[in-house]
Structure formats: C-alpha cells, structure tokens
Design a protein around this ligand. Structure first.
Ligand code: SF4
Length: 375
C-alpha cells in the first residue's frame, strides 16, 4: 500500500499528513530556490489523488485493527505507534504518527496546488474531508501569480471545500528584487492575491526571505516588503533567511559578482527596518526556521512590536566579539536564543571554537558554510 508524497513541507506542518496533489513546481525559475530544480512539474488526476486518500484510509484501518489485536480497542496509543515503528514502513509510520496526534491537519503538496483547476481541487478536497473526517485544517503552498487568476468566488469555494490555510512565498515586496530573482510576480500581484485570500476567509501566511535584497537592495527590500505586508494584513508573516547553496542559480550570480550577500548583522538591521515599518496590521510574526539568526523575533502585531524590535536591538548593540560568538553558537547548534549565551560553559565552548577558527583564518568560511547547509 503506497501513496505519493513530495519532498518538502513548511516547518509548521511537521505534524500533518502529507498528500501530493501536484508534483514539483510549475514555475521553477526563482534564482534562490533549488528545491525542484531537476524535477519537471506534472499534474495528478483527481482519480489518482482519491486513490491516495483511499490508501491512507486503508492504512488507518490496518493500524486500528492492530490496535484491537493489541488490546487498545482501536485507539492509536503510543504502544501501537512503537509497534508500527519496529516494522519500518515509512508510510505506515507517517499515517500512524499523524493519527496518534489526532489526525487534524493535512498539508497538500507540492509547491503550488492552487494551479489545479478549481473544480478538480474542490472535488479532491471534499473527498479528503469525507474519507478522513478528523481533518480540521488543510494547508497548501500557492503562488501569488496563480492566486490572482482565481476569482474571490473560486477561492471561497476552495475554502469551503476545506482548504483553510494558504502559504504564499512572497519573499520580497520590492519589484526590483522580485524581477532580479525571477520570482515571476509583482508586488501588485502579491497584494491582490493576498487580499483575495483573506477576503475569502482563508488563513494566509506570507513568507518573507530576509537578506534577499543583498547589498544592492538592502533598504528597498525591507521597506517595500513592509509596504506590501501593510496592504495585505496577512494572518501570519513567516520569516526565513537567505542561504545560497551551490545548487541554486543564485550561487552563480554570487560567484560572478552579480549579487552580493549581506552580512548577518546587515540582515538583522534590514529585518529591524521591516518590522519597524509594519503599521496598521495585526499579523502574527513567526520565526519558524533554524536558519533565522534570531528565533525569538516572534510576536503579535501591534502589541508585541516593541518586544520584537528589542530582540534585534539587543543583538545589534552587543560588542562585536559577542555577536560573532552568538552567530557561531547559533550555527553550531549551541544556542537557540540570546539568553543561551548567559550559560558560561556554552559561551566558553563556542568561544574556544571561534578562537581556533580565527587562528586558522577559517572563521568566516565556516560560518557561511554552516549557514548554507541549514536549509
Ligand atoms: S515558486 Fe517556490 S518552489 Fe517554485 S521555484 Fe519559486 S521558490 Fe521554488
């Protein structure tokens, strides 16, 4: 019994059932993205998707039968889960883990499920809800360029069929940055798409890619991103930080000098500028990726705006030696927050590494390479 799954999901969907409605990315041109670079986009038919939903349902039945045999009355208890783990079938483990946590959330893959015809998407969603009745939240990635081609009525229909959360990779609100990065959308598309999703009653997350403006657009990127976010007022603003692994087209731009990365301190300064300019909105700012230097940059706007800014000010006002120590500790996995630096043992451990790398002239290279490999 198998069903198809794609390669990635947002961190916030770690507990969700993953189901693939389309394969890979229909755009696949963004310079900073290597996720689907070698993979061609393809659609799946509603019949194929329904078959996968049926397979999940059958797997659930098998797991419940096992629970009965083990004396747990069909409930998926920890012992049942452990038994499934021992067998090592990763799809059974995935479904059992999902059901163990209540089976409430589903993430539909891959990069842009909204590219499906509305009628087909609605049919697939309704089937999913019917066959897996514990599901309360269904989430998908979507491109703004696709969303602007759906009317508000279509989005309401899609929302009504069960898709109640959409994650948009906004990345930047600057048209210059979007153009350079070949995002295939404009700031106007982002605003129109975002507003339409919110008006349709669907929860909207906008992903912002910190540092995407590089040195050239170091101010325009945060200022324009704040402007666009202010126009949309999404439910969530989710922060990511740019990393440029070798397999991305952006790496080649970096090597030939067409793009210059910002330092981590410059990125934090840009992040601060963007947050400072967010006004008149009540979004939740979320930092849910290890790549973000300051994971504590989180909170509800406007009431926690001051706190969010204070986190960045705290970092930026530290002496250079401590900022280097924090960056290394964070990238090395010793720190998750600025407070972790107050632990003398951790601090000294990180400091010893910093000194030895400095002595060998390898500090900057190690920091960049650790960052690039955290994607
Ligand atoms: S639209 Fe998303 S998945 Fe597709 S290339 Fe751009 S960033 Fe990557």
């Amino acid at each position: 019994m198998i069903f198809e799954q794609g390669p990635i999901r947002p961190p916030s969907e770690a507990e969700s059932l993953l189901l693939r409605f389309t394969r890979n990315c229909p755009w696949n041109k963004c310079l900073f993205c290597g996720t689907y670079s070698d993979e061609a986009f393809s659609r799946r038919t509603v019949v194929e998707i329904k078959r996968d939903v049926d397979t999940v349902s059958h797997i659930l039945d098998r797991i419940r039968e096992r629970s009965f045999r083990m004396g747990f009355g069909g409930e998926i208890k920890r012992d049942v889960l452990a038994d499934i783990h021992r067998e090592g079938n990763h799809l059974f483990i995935h479904v059992a883990s999902w059901a163990f946590r209540g089976g409430r959330t589903v993430f539909i893959q891959d990069a842009n499920s909204l590219v499906m015809k509305t009628a087909e998407l609605v049919e697939a969603l309704r089937y999913l809800k019917e066959k897996l009745p514990t599901v309360e939240r269904i989430t998908s990635y979507a491109r703004s360029a696709t969303l602007v081609r759906k009317s508000r009525q279509e989005l309401e229909e899609i929302g009504g069929a069960g898709l109640n959360r959409i994650h948009v990779g906004m990345e930047s609100g600057s048209d210059a940055v979007l153009r350079f990065m070949q995002k295939g959308v404009t700031s106007r598309d982002h605003i129109e798409a975002g507003r339409r999703v919110v008006e349709a009653g669907i929860s909207l997350s906008e992903y912002v890619l910190l540092g995407l403006g590089g040195r050239l657009w170091s101010e325009e990127h945060p200022l324009e991103t704040a402007r666009v976010l202010n126009e949309i007022n999404p439910h969530f603003i989710r922060l990511r930080t740019l990393a440029v692994p070798e397999e991305t087209p952006l790496y080649h731009k970096l090597v030939c000098g067409e793009f210059t990365e910002q330092t981590e301190d410059e990125i934090v300064a840009g992040e601060r500028l963007m947050i400072e300019k967010l006004e008149g909105i009540d979004s939740q700012v979320v930092s849910d990726h290890m790549l973000n230097l300051l994971e504590e940059v989180q909170g509800k706007l406007p009431e926690q705006k001051e706190y969010i800014i204070s986190v960045m000010d705290r970092y930026l006002s530290m002496p250079e030696k401590d900022r280097v120590n924090f960056r290394m500790g964070k990238r090395w996995g010793q720190y998750r927050s600025l407070d972790h630096m107050n632990d003398p043992q951790r601090y000294q451990r990180v400091e010893a590494l910093v000194r030895s790398l400095e002595a060998g002239g390898k500090l900057d290279g190690t920091l960049s390479s650790l960052r690039a490999h955290m994607i």
